[in-house]
Design a protein around this ligand. Structure first.
Ligand SMILES: C[S@@+](CC[C@H](N)C(=O)[O-])C[C@H]1O[C@@H](n2cnc3c(N)ncnc32)[C@H](O)[C@@H]1O
Length: 267
């Protein structure tokens, strides 16, 4: 059985996966995803060798714990009551006071029961997404976490900015999927995934790294919400426009079609 993602992640490209998968074939030697989030494309493609990375340290710590101790994380997770009162008690716990298994269980619990799979912190870096009253789904089963863990055995996990990961690691034969936060001047949300998170000023760094990937003989696929800044910055790479159904606000009336741009050096 194929492993599946175990987190809900705002901005995950679940709807785009069938399209993105068409760029992959098994001749690539390694899969690299430097903005990994819940890593939906990685689980779909099931590569033999991979590097997954994200600037969110708690996310990487959680994946590391699932890789090493899925049963213990599941045991701790199942002991947490999925009700509103307990959600706010767990959210108020200082993650630094917990051991690594408890910290991972807390992360998955908050992710499963928070509003819309968002990861947002206050200025002190504390997770502050409210409890979602319905439709959040259950916690993953132990079998689900064990499969996700088995898949991670061939995968290196890193908590770093995208640029440093790619400069240090990319080589010929790699397939790099880049799914940065959608930053555009016309959108109010600023650094929505926490401190140090990608913003419009980072587009030039991203463009430079695409050229580095290309020059090293590796391949990339970049997905980005349709906006003038992306069309302008990545004009070296011909974009494909893909239309996807998006659940913008978590409510039915917030669902609408959005246009994603896909840039690649794969011919
Ligand atoms: C749109 S989400 C990626 C979703 C992912 N494709 C999935 O399958 O769930 C963007 C991710 O980029 C991460 N991120 C933001 N700024 C970053 C940076 N400078 N370097 C690396 N990761 C960053 C965020 O923490 C977030 O998880």
């Amino acid at each position: 059985m194929k492993a599946k993602p175990f987190l809900r992640w705002a901005g995950s490209k679940r709807k785009l996966v069938p399209y993105l998968s068409t760029y992959w074939d098994n001749s690539f030697e390694r899969y690299i995803e430097p903005f990994m989030g819940s890593a939906v494309l990685y689980y779909e493609l099931d590569p033999n060798k991979a590097i997954l990375s994200d600037i969110n340290k708690e996310l990487i710590q959680t994946f590391t714990e699932i890789k090493n101790n899925p049963k213990e994380v599941h045991k701790t997770l199942s002991a947490l009551n999925p009700d509103k009162e307990n959600y706010y008690a767990v959210r108020a716990t200082d993650s630094e006071s917990l051991n690594s298994v408890e910290r991972a269980a807390r992360f998955i619990y908050l992710n499963r029961f928070c509003f819309n799979g968002l990861y947002r912190t206050n200025q002190k870096g504390k997770f502050n997404v409210p409890f979602a009253p319905s439709g959040t789904g259950n916690i993953p089963t132990v079998e689900h976490l064990e499969l996700a863990s088995k898949k991670l055995a061939n995968t290196e996990l890193l908590a770093e900015d995208f640029e440093s990961v790619l400069i240090r690691h990319v080589k010929a034969g790699d397939f790099v999927y880049l799914d940065p936060p959608y930053a555009t001047n016309s959108k109010r949300v600023f650094r929505e995934y926490g401190p140090g998170s990608f913003c419009v000023d980072d587009l030039d760094r991203l463009q430079k790294i695409l050229s580095t990937i290309d020059q090293r003989g590796a391949h990339f696929v970049l997905s980005y919400g349709s906006c003038p800044e992306a069309l302008d910055t990545f004009s070296n790479w011909k974009p494909e426009t893909v239309s996807v159904q998006r659940n913008i606000s978590g409510f039915v009336k917030g669902r609408r079609k959005s246009e994603e741009l896909v840039f690649t050096n794969i011919i």
